[in-house]
Design a protein around this ligand. Structure first.
Ligand SMILES: [Fe+2]
Length: 242
């Protein structure tokens, strides 16, 4: 299967406006001039490949990977799993998925995070994996805590996990966040509110998935991810002419 070729242009209608005064730092981070659209070139249509030799056996287990299996992290044990697809609904196999998150108390292992919640000596907060041939991935982790952040007085981030997905080219790279079904802080979050379409917000909220939960062990949440696709003619989900 070819995974090279021109990329489908982004639909700016469904992306949040980079400038949103409710999210204070977006004011200085957002561009001052209108964006220009350009045709993609090989520098966007290609990207790095990651071999299975890169990934260690505990890399997708955040409960154990910080202590190399010695001692589990504190928190509610969860499985996060899903598929990485492109805009043509084709699986994106063998692509690097990385996550990072706060611990169960809402604190990151980062020198600039000085929130009151303590660090967990058994939790690092980072993981990575490769999708399989069907584009599926999974992580075992703990549910991250909500945390306050300096924005407008008393703003809190909902429970969330940060995701980075490489795709097969730099133009497919996606960095986003996953939220948890039922969290009342989602609707109050100034960062979430930069997305004006509720349907698009829903796509960032992972539903509880009891079919993948393990009794007496962990709950599960399902999070499917769609990357940019290629401008190729599809016929019954196969490239035409192949
Ligand atoms: Fe965060």
């Amino acid at each position: 299967m070819s995974d090279l070729g021109a990329l489908i242009p982004r639909n700016r209608e469904i992306h949040p406006d980079p400038y949103d005064p409710g999210y204070k730092t977006s004011v200085t981070r957002s561009p001052n001039l209108p964006l220009l659209s350009m045709e993609s070139t090989p520098s966007e249509e290609t990207g790095p490949r990651f071999g299975h030799g890169l990934i260690g056996p505990l890399d997708n287990n955040l409960i154990l990977n910080f202590t190399r299996g010695e001692s589990p992290a504190v928190g509610e044990r969860i499985l996060v799993h899903g598929r990485v697809l492109d805009e043509n609904a084709r699986p994106v196999p063998n692509t690097l998925v990385e996550i990072w998150q706060a611990n169960a108390g809402g604190r990151y292992r980062h020198k600039k995070d000085n929130y009151l919640a303590p660090l967990d000596p058994n939790f690092g907060g980072c993981g990575r994996t490769l999708t399989d041939e069907r584009g599926t991935y999974q992580f075992l982790t703990i549910r991250p805590g909500a945390y306050p952040w300096p924005n407008r007085g008393n703003d809190w981030r909902p429970m969330h996990i940060h995701f980075s997905i490489f795709g097969h080219s730099f133009g497919q790279r996606l960095i986003s966040q996953m939220y948890f079904e039922g969290d009342p802080l989602i609707a109050r979050c100034p960062i979430v509110k930069t997305i004006k379409d509720h349907g698009q917000i829903d796509r960032l909220v992972a539903p509880l998935d009891m079919s993948a939960a393990r009794p007496l062990d962990f709950l599960a949440y399902k999070f499917d991810i769609v990357l940019r696709g290629r401008r190729q003619t599809m016929f019954e989900n196969k490239l035409e002419g192949m």
